[in-house]
Design a protein around this ligand. Sequence first.
Ligand SMILES: Cc1ncc(COP(=O)(O)O)c(C=O)c1O
Length: 397
Amino acid sequence: MAETIQHELQLARRMSRLGTETAFEVLNKARALERQGKSIVHLEIGEPDFDTPLNVIDAGVDALRKGWTHYGPSAGLPDLRQALAEYVSRTRGMKVAPDEVVVVPGGKPIIFFTILALVDDGDEVIYPNPGFPIYESMIHYVGGRAVPVHLKEERDFSLDVDELAALITDRTRLIILNSPQNPTGGVLERGDIEQIAKVIGDRNIMVLSDEIYSRLLFDGGQHFSIMSVPGMQERTILLDGFSKTYAMTGWRMGYGVMRPDLAAHVTRLMTNSNSCTASFTQVAGIEAITGDQSSVDHMRDEFQRRRDMFVAGLNKIKGFSCRMPKGAFYTFPNITETGWPSKKLADAILQEAGVACLSGTAFGDYGEGYLRFSVANSLENLNKALDRIQQWTVKNL
Ligand SMILES: Cc1ncc(COP(=O)(O)O)c(C=O)c1O
């Protein structure tokens, strides 16, 4: 019998530049601990703990029964693109046409496709740090130069426009904004956004505006998009989606709004990668965006209650201090007073206290000194997590 040869895996060089999203790794680690019989409170993953609203589930089931089980157009079903164009026109106060909307499986593909379509080798991309890790990962993957703009706690993690201005060069191709922000809960106010547009001026720089948490603003805050600043529409790619707003993370559906010529290229990337977003999912998406919105308000109010309780609790724990996030469903406490590095502390809290959270460094180098806890869990579990961390710090600090 012939001897079997062990072939070495020869990966393309670019794979060494691709990062990841640590939340999924921590979730796996936490699940492994649960299999060993340990009790874990899950505050690591960024997804609503609520079920998808019933009217949306019914629309999806009905669509399956009616035969929405085939391929659809790569850019999305015309009725959904129309509904999204109307929704974005209404919520962002500008005119958007259906051919400017591309429906994709989640918000993430808009990040992937935008960077793939716009960023060449050596092009500079300015992105928030700490920030959603996929930005930096994708910039590196395509050979771009990742230029971090440091979001600082003393500014409530809103971006410093002067610092952004100083980072813009002739090589800047793209600026990524994210508001409300993951992981800090920071929000860009209208004045800041108008200043950012001013700083960009007439330059041919594109902006990827990640607005996936646009409906999760607390204390009556109003969302404002750079796309609605006069002159910015054709240079903005607006990312939004269904995952966070309608508790639809597993349905995989999001969308980008962009000038039609770019939309055609992003659609070509869809044809090359996914063919289309699942058809029955999109039919449910029409119900989500045009149907009863009361569940969205209910979820936001509930997240606000949990945020208030959890931040107050964190601020009572030795070595922790936490600002009040203005949006999204994360808290981002400063833990420098514990004397522990973020990653080591997150690991210890998981292993020894049974609370899964993320190290701030999962969101870039400027996340050192912080942890991220999602408040997308019940008040009871959030209280349990606070008790466990409190007891752990008493023993260990
Ligand atoms: C800032 C940000 N953008 C995009 C996404 C991706 O969302 P989706 O699950 O719809 O791909 C997330 C998810 O965590 C996020 O936090």
